[in-house]
Ligand binder design. Sequence first.
Ligand code: SF4
Ligand code: FES
Length: 381
Amino acid sequence: MTDAAPNGLPAPLGILAELTHRCPLACPYCSNPLELEGRQAELDAVTWARVFREAAALGVLQAHLSGGEPASRRDIVEITAAARGAGLYTNLITSGVGVPGALLQRLRDAGLDHVQVSIQDVEPESADRIAGYRGAFARKQELARQVVALGMPLTVNVVVHRANIARIREMVESAIALGAGRVEIAHVQYYGWALRNRAALMPTREQVRTAMAALDEVRAAHEGRITIDAVVPDYYARRPKPCMGGWGMRSLNVTPSGKVLPCHAAETIPGLEFWRVTDHALADIWRSSPAFQAFRGEAWMPEPCRSCERRAIDFGGCRCQALAIAGDAAATDPACELSPFHARMRALAEEDAVAEDVPYAYRGREAVRFEAEAPIPIPVP
Ligand code: SF4
Ligand code: FES
């Protein structure tokens, strides 16, 4: 028996627990907000344990322990045990930096079910430059091997952009060689730091086309042995993705300080009111908080979505992208070719894709403080 809403609202499937915004890496496509929440504001482990119990009672099945780098927290083992103790399937989403073997073993013993690690490139120098951390490549490889050696399932996440898209096949092959059971190909989503770095990250349409063909080949070569998920990047798509599986329909995103968001970029939308786990029960937030209500269902939809037969498939696309490109979070996602802003989005992509010598803007180095057992990082100059 769960606390799921009585009015036909489904229970959320997952909770993304952003345990901290602190991270040793500084990836230029980071989806964290430009204004990061500081350590002083972070929820303590006792509060997280209560949130996980409330999530399980609401019907949530999976807890994604994320950040920043979740292992930046000294109490990561305690938090993981609390999520598992609440009956949730636990997935650690880690940079792979600062999770030494001993810590990984303790996490497994605490009930950690799954590890997801991102790789930036197959060329170490390029990978370290993208991560903004010298030695990141080697550490990620080592962590991935340790996960497999401990018998835990591993997902490798590959974030694709201009600097690495030519090696998409090699990155997938590398993930398979590491023992990953699943590879997720994620083209950069242009929110947060990625939006700021768009001119440095955007690939050309031709690069995307070549990469998708390479992916088809590698998928065929490994069919039945590994799951490879990938979608066409929004800026070159004809229809939008069903962002978040529909606003406020599938998941909860809890920030380090306890604000509950319908998606990771929701705070970019002006005027939304977010409730906190320190003020409200999670079930009340899911059912009634103004931010979750804002774009639920179809009543908010403008034309052409309102009368479109795909509105129950893609839900009008992504609200945060509509805001970023059309200046209106309630507009049709400009990734849709029926949007009046679609041509603008394509033009932005084509303009950014040929911008030359654009340096990465790395997120604030003041955020690069690390508490786990790894040494202080040495930023790439
Ligand atoms: Fe989706 Fe709206 Fe485009 Fe229809 S008009 S395909 S619902 S974004
Ligand atoms: Fe916010 Fe898509 S990222 S709705």
